[in-house]
Design a protein around this ligand. Structure first.
Ligand code: N01
Length: 545
């Protein structure tokens, strides 16, 4: 009914806009601001949740916190906005990010153009009208010239199909769909499946409350201490005084973080000096550990030196040698999967109420009414199962929108063998549809707000160009898509990232999903330049008509 009040309607009952944006997280909020307030377009944002926040709306699991440092995990397009908000801790916790995004949405008066509780079920391109027709679960129909997906990369929960789950008499939860009222673990036996970034954040918090926590680990993982803590007044003042410099650094580094990757090779220093540098990075904590040497992600032997340092730390922290051995038995290069950072993760295994089960050697065969039945016949009795099992990443959120392009081509068919985009921003056969942080963009390999701001600004500039020149539609030429897919592949294979064969970057965590390295590993700064060049050359590689 908000739509009836605010949007012009045709006799057909379809609400008409210049642009429809799907999702009200970081991406959707900024895209709305740019298109509405800078370009003067009529825009409707459709959001399935009852509030803004995107990933932070859904991921309310115990310990949910961002791994990017707070002074970099925010919008930086506006100096005023940047300086007005005050973060409290080195890494912002989920409720604080929600407060921040609500503050931004109110400050920029964005909520009036967002339809909450509105799940999109179909998006169909009407070639005759050159309009996107969007249908929602509630039966609304809307249409717009431009369709922008701002649905994030990690918003489709992956719950493994373990036989017997329906028979479980306790409760189970996926971390990405956590109940708003929270879960009380007091006095209960909890089983957690998954030891990715999410699982590693959740373990110590659940362990502190539960009667017993059993962690089911399929792939052991590295982690570096986050060294979280309150921000000092001096640091807060420093970030404000150095807004420009911080932004420049974030725009110039491959990963959009506010720190510079060392220009030193791991082989430029002696073994002793290397150890001292790793030790200093370990003490400093955070994702920055990866930046100790420039070749950690491209030279396997260099990576081995970091990997062995981190394995030794696990063996040092975890007192039970058998548990330590299982935790340190890591089968992939450091940071080839998204590297987690933690607060007392390995330390949690020293508690009497935490145990580790290696489900690679002894898998869960089925869930029983009472718990988890392992292959060796053991039944682990549980009251609660926590699935920290990740997401159908990057393509999942887009494919569930029911998108159909020119000539009735479903996106699921166009991407049957894996996602194919130009710059991660557009798909051939889907005119005027833009995907923020789509597959083929650096997005998840970058500090997200930095990637998102670039994508949303590029899209707004592109739409402004189309309107100024009276161009009705834009879509990538198939050859440009071929070249970009090839380039994305080359960029991935120039690094060690594809060597983690089970990573979600490859879609390998979802059974049956095509194995394609999805994000662009060539670096955000390089990507920014490529996108700017494409625009400067009159949108080279796109067909404009
Ligand atoms: O998911 P994951 P996540 N049986 O896919 C295991 C971002 N993030 O939610 O490796 C048993 O990484 C799986 O095992 P394996 C960040 O980008 C950001 O942790 O497939 N185990 C793995 O251990 C991150 O990378 C923050 O063998 C099963 C785990 O579940 C992304 O979200 C915080 C299984 C899944 O790990 C996803 O992280 C948290 C099965 N059937 C997350 N299926 C920030 O700081 C899966 N697993 C912002």
């Amino acid at each position: 009914d908000t739509i009836t009040r605010e949007a012009p309607r045709q006799a057909t009952g379809t609400a008409e806009f210049d642009a429809i944006v799907i999702g009200a997280g970081f991406s959707g909020l900024y895209q709305l601001h740019l298109l509405r307030d800078r370009l003067g377009l009529s825009v409707r944002v459709l959001e399935q949740a009852d509030g803004v926040g995107g990933t932070w709306y859904w991921n309310r699991y115990p310990g949910a916190r961002c791994d990017s440092e707070s002074h970099s995990y925010c919008f930086s397009f506006s100096e005023d906005l940047y300086k007005e908000w005050e973060w409290t801790e080195r890494y912002p916790e989920q409720p604080e990010i929600m407060r921040y995004l609500n503050w931004v949405a109110d400050k920029l008066d964005l909520k009036r153009d967002i339809g909450f509780n509105t799940r999109v079920t179909a998006c169909r391109y009407d070639a005759v009208a050159n309009r996107w027709q969007v249908t929602t679960e509630g039966g609304e129909t809307l249409a717009a010239t431009y369709l922008i997906t701002a649905v994030g990369c990690l918003s489709t929960a992956n719950v493994p199909k373990i036989p017997g789950l329906e028979s479980f008499q306790g409760h189970w939860y996926h971390t990405g769909q956590w109940p708003h009222e929270g879960v009380d673990f007091s006095g209960l036996r909890v089983g957690q499946i998954g030891t990715g970034s999410t699982g590693i954040q959740a373990v110590p918090v659940i362990a502190a409350q539960a009667k017993h926590l059993t962690v089911f680990q399929r792939t052991a993982n590295y982690s570096v201490p986050a060294r979280n803590g309150p921000l000092s007044d001096d640091f807060k003042a420093w970030t404000k005084e150095n807004y420009r410099t911080i932004r420049e650094v974030m725009h110039s580094t491959p990963n959009g973080h506010p720190f510079v990757i060392s220009d030193r090779s791991c082989w430029d220093v002696s073994a002793e000096e290397r150890r001292t540098l790793y030790e200093a990075a370990w003490e400093k904590g955070g994702l920055q550990f990866r930046a100790t040497f420039r070749d950690l992600l491209i030279d396997k032997e260099a990576n081995d030196t970091a990997a062995e340092f981190l394995r030794a730390k696990i063996r040092e922290i975890v007192k039970d040698p058998e548990t330590a051995a299982k935790l340190a038995d890591i089968d992939h290069p450091y940071a080839a999967k998204r590297p987690p950072i933690d607060t007392e993760y390995f330390e949690a295994y020293n508690r009497d109420n935490v145990s580790l089960v290696d489900v690679r050697s002894n898998p869960i065969e089925r869930i029983t009414p009472k718990g988890a039945q392992l292959r060796d016949g053991t039944e682990v009795e549980l009251d609660i199962i926590v699935f920290a099992t990740g997401f159908d990443a990057m393509t999942g959120p887009l494919l569930r929108l029911g998108i159909t392009g020119r000539d009735g081509l479903p996106l699921s068919e166009a991407w049957a063998a894996g996602p194919r985009t130009y710059l991660g921003l557009q798909v051939a056969g889907f005119p005027n549809m833009f995907t923020i942080t789509g597959p083929g963009s650096p997005s998840v390999l970058c500090n997200m707000p930095i990637a998102i701001e670039q994508h949303a600004e590029w899209i707004a500039d592109c739409i402004a160009h189309l309107r100024a020149k009276g161009i009705a539609r834009l879509e990538p030429a198939p050859e440009a898509v071929d070249r970009w897919v090839e380039h994305v592949n080359e960029a991935a294979h120039a690094t060690l990232l594809p060597q983690a064969g089970h990573s979600w970057y490859l879609g390998a965590n979802v059974p049956g999903k095509p194995r394609v390295f999805m994000p662009y590993a060539g670096g955000m700064a390089r990507y920014r330049q490529i996108c700017a060049d494409v625009a400067a050359k009159g949108y080279e590689g796109f067909v404009l008509s």
